[in-house]
Design a binder for this molecule. Structure first.
Ligand code: B1M
Length: 216
């Protein structure tokens, strides 16, 4: 496919997310797939760029919450189209179980969902327990599913603190030795992960897969 035509499709995806035009995004994603563009590239150069642009506009108060919510919906719908293509060539053998969720007080799930998809594609059984997950619910999921890895996602500087709380609660419940904890999300860093006693940190979904494998 000609480079400038591909770039035009990525630009349509970005504009469609920023300008609340779901059909523009859907058509551009489908066209990219039909043209054989790699699903991961569509995600990175189209969808993620679009939602990041929207976030920057929000920060500058040039768009407001309803536009972000609509952009997130468009993103999620496009992910439904991309998911089978990301999963093409997926591992069929299960290499471990991951329980993953977004911490209490936090409703952001686009990134967590991508991490879940990439972990599944890499052979993990993923038990996604959703958003705004209480510490008790994380502990209960660890008891029930006995995963090798517990994944805690957080997108807000305020809810990052919940990651620490979950780890402390695992210790108090006598469960800490039974599970490795991986943390992630935009405000989270390697340093924060070390500070709260997590076993691993990943800055993006591909890294999350590599880190999860290293934690097994
Ligand atoms: Co909100 N939001 N939001 N938001 N939102 C941010 C995060 C913000 C940075 C926007 C901004 O001001 N620029 C800001 C946070 C500021 C801060 O804390 N420092 C913010 C705010 C303030 C808020 C509200 C408080 C706004 C309000 O109400 N006034 C509110 C909070 C609601 C709540 O959670 N209680 C809110 C609400 C929302 C929506 C609901 C409208 C929507 C979320 C919809 C949804 O997720 N279903 C939303 C969105 C979409 C965003 C932005 C624009 C995009 C986030 C996103 O999905 N990115 C965001 C700005 C931004 O980040 N550019 C923003 C795409 C996604 C693929 O990336 O999530 O980073 P990300 O995931 C990556 C990595 O972080 C990593 O891998 C993923 C894939 O590569 N990763 C992990 C994620 N989890 C991981 C876990 C791992 C490992 C890696 O291991 C377990």
């Amino acid at each position: 496919m000609v480079e400038h035509a591909k770039q035009q499709l990525f630009d349509n995806i970005v504009s469609g997310i920023v300008e609340s035009e779901p059909e523009m995004v859907k058509n551009a994603v489908l066209q990219c797939i039909a043209d054989g563009v790699n699903a991961q590239v569509i995600l990175d150069d189209g969808l993620k760029r679009g939602i990041d642009n929207l976030g920057e506009l929000f920060e500058r108060q040039e768009v407001f919450l309803p536009q972000i919510m609509f952009g997130a919906k468009i993103f999620a719908e496009a992910m439904d189209i991309l998911k089978p293509h990301l999963a093409a060539g997926a591992e069929t053998q299960t290499i471990g179980t991951v329980v993953i969720g977004t911490v209490h007080g936090d409703l952001h799930d686009l990134g967590k969902n991508i991490v879940s998809i990439m972990l599944s594609v890499s052979g993990f059984q993923v038990i996604d327990i959703g958003v705004d997950v209480s510490t008790d619910a994380f502990l209960s999921a660890v008891r029930t599913h006995q995963p090798q890895i517990l994944g805690l996602s957080s997108l807000l500087t305020t809810t990052m603190l919940e990651q620490r709380f979950v780890i402390e609660s695992l210790v108090e419940a006598g469960l800490r030795e039974s599970v490795r904890v991986m943390v992630g999300g935009a405000p989270v860093s390697e340093r924060w992960a070390r500070e709260i006693g997590a076993d691993g940190y990943a800055g993006d979904a591909n890294r999350a897969t590599a880190v999860a494998k290293s934690l097994l």
